[in-house]
Ligand binder design. Structure first.
Ligand code: GLN
Length: 564
């Protein structure tokens, strides 16, 4: 097994995940079995309990791990499911070391950062590689070189080369070269300092990759080479591009793949990058364009919806369309959310639902937690249902659609989710029975891959390519479900329950997995999060269908206008 370690310097949020994932794509395109590990030096056991506003979305793997969003980047760029144990945190490492100490595994020893913590880090990295059956493991160390909390990890990866030998370990350091507009120049000093800091913990980078506004001029590359002792042909520039899927191509063009082959003693292979070239072409010059309203809570933090946005891009590629996003702050769709006593009302302030949603081709209500913006989302679902606007509901977005249907079609006044109103007269969405006894909040939701039985003749079954009905699997992350006590009344009122968890009396059997509204051009909602499985070349079926429906609506609207 070969190991490529990616560290970062100068500032955080440089896009280390995308850079590493792009290198992974170049190796995959050469036929290697590659996997990726993300190290997050925080003390949380996983990302599940952190704020999406700060860290972006919580990505859910097939195995049910709640991980950093970079794991999602890896799954998309490497086109594979990243196995369990691939998102390592300080919390996990210490939890295990302390467990072993209490169990007496280190009897008579003083338990220390070196070697006990560093050994545990090394063990975890190796296990993650073995779990994936990988030939090459990419390990991204989160944070910035010089951070206190990443020191044990840097020490562990320093030891790796000592343990495994030169040709088995490669260090890539990613930095930033800022461009000063006033003096019209690229500045390399932060990069020089960052490499010096890395050297001070015993790691000499083999490759320096530089984030910059534009491709670095050769004199700047030469300067970086001189100051860092990294040869010029091993300094790469990862400059700003219009879409992240271009990154693998720009890096290959500069010879990154060849440099890695040489450093790791691999044979030179011609990479097959055709799929990336094709994807980038469609993304840059699509024939069509649609606008999707995304009615969510974190509208100022697109990373909180990263996989969702990526899925829309994938669906766009499949439909030869650009998908523009209209961010809708759901709170502003709520007529009762106007400031008390101000005499103004939410919808009035923003010009009403029509003003916000009238010009879009589809409405998407994503997953979420907590009461904020709920009534606005319910209004958006109603608007979509009544106006024949394509609607895609994801997790919370499905629960919202059910509440709306219950209130406005099934006549269940005051219907709500127990998450928002424990005493609602009709809790059409309720806590799953297995959740009632659960006390802790970390890693306790219904997580990961679960099967869904899709009903013959439904739109969703058709989308998944099982028109006669069949079982598919999607990833989940929720505590609440459609209350089984209400499914009959909802169906009597015309709602189609198109998918359920299979099984006779098994745990969760019969749980509503998806709904749709018959006769509507496209009103599909799922309890699952299909966005976590969407890949550039294999779009998620509900997303692809949703964008296709949005295109249809747009065409119909156009020809209507022409005939009028
Ligand atoms: N809050 C809802 C639940 O726990 C929906 C979760 C989600 O959208 N991921 O069931």
């Amino acid at each position: 097994m070969k190991y490529i370690f990616v560290t970062g310097g100068v500032v955080s949020s440089l896009g280390k995940g995308v850079a590493s994932a792009s290198l992974g794509a170049l190796l995959r395109a050469r036929g290697y079995r590659v996997t990726a590990v993300k190290i997050d030096p925080y003390i949380n056991i996983d990302a599940g309990t952190m704020r999406p506003y700060e860290h972006g979305e919580v990505f859910v793997t097939a195995s049910g791990a709640e991980t950093d969003l970079d794991i999602g980047n890896y799954e998309r760029f490497l086109d594979l499911d990243i196995p369990p144990g691939s998102n390592i945190t300080t919390g996990q490492v210490y939890q295990e070391v302390i467990r072993k100490e209490r169990a007496g595994d280190y009897l008579s020893q003083t338990v220390q950062v070196i070697p006990h913590v560093t050994d545990e880090i090394k063990r975890r990295i190796k296990v993650a590689g073995e779990n994936a059956g990988a030939e090459i493991v990419l390990i991204e160390v989160g944070g910035t070189v010089g951070d206190i909390e990443s020191l044990p990890f840097l020490e562990a990866i320093r030891q790796f080369r000592f343990d495994e030998g030169d040709e088995h370990v490669l260090y890539l350091h990613l930095t930033l070269v800022p461009y000063l507009g006033t003096s019209n120049e690229f500045k390399t000093k932060p990069t020089q300092h960052s490499v010096a800091t890395l050297r001070s913990v015993g790691i000499s980078p083999d490759i320096v990759m530089v984030r910059s506004k534009e491709k670095l001029p050769s004199e700047i590359t030469r300067k970086i080479a001189l100051f860092t002792s990294v040869r010029e042909n091993r300094v790469f520039s990862s400059y700003d591009v219009s879409h992240v899927y271009e990154v693998p191509l720009t890096l290959e063009e500069q010879g990154l793949g060849k440099a890695v082959e040489d450093l790791l003693g691999l044979e030179r292979v011609h990479p097959n990058l055709g799929v990336w070239v094709g994807a980038v072409r469609t993304i840059k010059q699509p024939t069509h364009a649609v606008t999707i309203a995304l009615a969510g809570k974190y509208t100022a933090m697109p990373d909180a919806y990263l996989s969702l946005l990526e899925s829309l891009t994938h669906a766009g590629i499949a439909n030869d369309a650009r998908v523009n996003i209209k961010w809708i702050n759901a709170e502003e769709l709520d007529p009762s959310s106007g400031e008390e006593g101000s005499g103004e009302e939410g919808i009035g302030q923003e010009g009403g639902l029509e003003a916000q949603l009238g010009d879009v081709d589809g409405i998407l209500v994503p997953g979420g937690f907590g009461i904020r913006g709920i009534e606005g989302k319910i209004h958006a679902a109603q608007y979509a249902r009544e106006g024949g606007v394509p609607y895609l509901g994801i997790c919370l977005g499905m629960q919202i659609a059910v509440i709306e249907y219950a209130r406005n079609v099934a006549g269940l006044e005051g219907a709500n989710s127990a998450e928002f109103d424990e005493y609602a007269p009709h809790r059409v969405i309720d806590l799953m029975p297995e959740q009632v006894e659960i006390a802790g909040l970390g890693g306790t939701m219904r997580l990961g891959d679960w099967p869904m039985d899709l009903r013959a003749g439904t739109k969703i079954a058709e989308l998944y390519g099982v028109p006669e009905g069949g079982t598919v699997r999607e990833r989940h992350r929720h505590r609440f479900e459609v209350n089984p006590a209400y499914t009959e009344r909802l169906q009597d009122a015309g709602l189609t329950i198109s998918g359920v968890t299979p099984g006779v009396a098994g745990r969760g059997a019969g749980l509503v997995e998806s709904i749709e509204i018959p006769g509507h051009p496209f009103f599909v909602a799922l309890q699952a999060h299909p966005e976590f499985k969407s890949r550039p070349m294999r779009p998620s079926p509900p997303f692809a269908g949703f964008v296709a429906a949005a295109l249809e609506r747009q065409k119909a609207k156009r020809s209507n206008r022409l005939t009028v």
